[in-house]
Design a protein around this ligand. Structure first.
Ligand code: SF4
Length: 253
């Protein structure tokens, strides 16, 4: 009886914490969505939203910064570069409405981290379990190339998201840009060279930047068309990355 009461109290505490984190993430999302700190990126994201791609001329583009999306209790954080000009910058949700998102969420669905394999619109019913997807820079950049200064300006948003994701144990870095951003965030000074499948353990500390037990960075080629069309990244390669991430997350518990 006592054990049952204790487990009910523990479960109520977990639910309360989860609700509080979700509420704070929602507040942070509103703040991110109103940011105009980088003049070049603000001009670009709004020009793309105004001019549109012919295939989407009937759509109302989002044209604003993009916050992360997913499970407040996620052990696995997926970190991308920045919103796609006609993907997230059009639909308003990270990795949504473009081919990169198709690849990513198909793999996450196969790994049991997403309830569906497609990600087309903000209100399409996609939910993530044990995973949170975010980006290093929140505004769509020209040529997918934010400047180092723009990455630094945007870094506090990643820091604040990571500080809220207390259960995070693994960060899947999609591409070298995300890997560099993750290393900067976690204070990795001697950074091994980026490679697909590279795993970098980062020791924990007592700061808000990471859990006491530390985290693992797991690197993957970015699921951009440049990589998927050329066969540089295949679906089995991406599945192997998520299998590694899940294994490390389980071991960390
Ligand atoms: S890139 Fe980040 S810091 Fe710069 S305007 Fe967008 S949200 Fe703000």
């Amino acid at each position: 009886m006592l054990n049952l009461s204790a487990s009910l109290v523990a479960s109520a505490t977990v639910n309360q914490r989860r609700r509080a984190t979700t509420d704070t993430l929602v507040k942070l999302r509103r703040e991110i969505e109103s940011c105009r700190a980088c003049p070049r990126l603000v001009r670009w994201r709004e020009a793309v939203a105004r001019d549109k791609r012919a295939a989407y001329r009937e759509d109302v583009y989002w044209g604003k910064p993009i916050a992360g999306f997913g499970d407040a209790d996620a052990r696995i954080v997926v970190l991308g570069l920045a919103p796609g000009a006609h993907g997230a910058n059009r639909t308003g949700r990270v990795f949504t409405g473009d081919r990169s998102g198709d690849w990513l969420f198909r793999a996450m669905h196969r790994a049991g981290l997403a309830n569906q394999a497609t990600s087309q619109q903000r209100d399409d019913g996609l939910t993530l379990h044990d995973a949170f997807v975010t980006v290093a820079v929140r505004c769509a950049p020209p040529d997918n190339s934010p400047s180092p200064l723009e990455r630094k300006k945007c870094a506090p948003y990643l820091e604040r998201e990571m500080a809220l994701l207390k259960q995070a144990r693994v960060v899947v870095c999609l591409g070298n840009f995300a890997y560099v951003a993750a290393c900067e965030h976690f204070g990795v000074t001697r950074r091994p060279k980026f490679a697909h499948g590279l795993v970098v353990p980062v020791a924990g500390d007592a700061t808000d930047r990471m859990p006491r037990g530390g985290v693992h960075l797991v690197c993957s080629y970015h699921p951009s068309q440049q990589n998927t069309f050329t066969g540089r990244l295949t679906e089995p390669m991406l599945d192997a990355v998520f299998a590694t991430a899940l294994g490390l997350a389980r071991e960390a518990n």
